[in-house]
Design a binder for this molecule. Structure first.
Ligand code: HEC
Length: 164
């Protein structure tokens, strides 16, 4: 019983922390329109894929960790906690992020409608886990390398397929 209460408090606190991060991250980069993507909270996700996209946590339990990611412009100040939405945006269409000192990050459109010509499941997996472009080259370091399992990847693709 105590354990359950503790887990609940932990969940609530981490949700608050996560939302604070997302709001400040979006204000910091000024990429999102009014109200863009900040309205989620506990139970706001319609699917596990959506949850992963917005929080890099999964219904399967484990936090989805990563290596790499941008190291400049204060991005690491957020405790290094990123999710796909941080760069590819709430609509999945990506966009340019200013990182200071005239550096610009160009996060790609990753709606499945945009990816499907080039990507299948395996190519998507290699891109997300190993940072490998279907043409065989490596993405730059701005795209983190994610420790994510195949089931979660499949859920993520289902979510990307639903983005208009
Ligand atoms: C810190 C920013 C950042 C985060 C967070 C991020 N990405 Fe990326 N992503 C990028 C950038 C930048 C590129 C382009 C890299 C390049 O062209 O070298 C990219 C490229 C991609 C591509 C290749 C698209 C193409 O058309 O070649 C896929 C797929 C992708 N990201 C999926 C994801 C997924 C799924 C997540 C969440 C698990 C995620 N990304 C999180 C920055 C990010």
């Amino acid at each position: 019983m105590r354990k359950a209460a503790f887990a609940l408090i932990l969940a609530v606190v981490s949700y608050i922390a996560l939302n604070a991060f997302n709001v400040s991250a979006q204000m910091g980069r000024g990429m999102m329109g009014p109200g863009g993507g900040t309205g989620w909270g506990v139970g706001a996700f319609r699917s596990n894929g959506e949850r992963i996209y917005f929080t890099s946590t999964s219904d399967r339990g484990a936090e989805i960790t990563y290596t790499g990611g941008p190291s400049h412009g204060g991005w690491m100040m957020m405790g290094g906690r990123l999710a796909c939405v941080s760069c590819h945006g709430p609509d999945g269409r990506g966009g340019k992020h200013s990182m200071g000192m005239m550096q610009v990050m160009d996060a790609k459109d990753i709606r499945w409608s945009a990816l499907q010509k080039e990507f299948d499941f395996e190519k998507f997996r290699l891109a997300v886990v190993k940072g490998q472009d279907p043409d065989g080259t490596q993405f730059n370091q701005d795209m983190p390398r994610w420790n994510i399992g195949n089931d979660d990847l499949a859920d993520l693709i289902s979510f990307l397929k639903k983005l208009p």
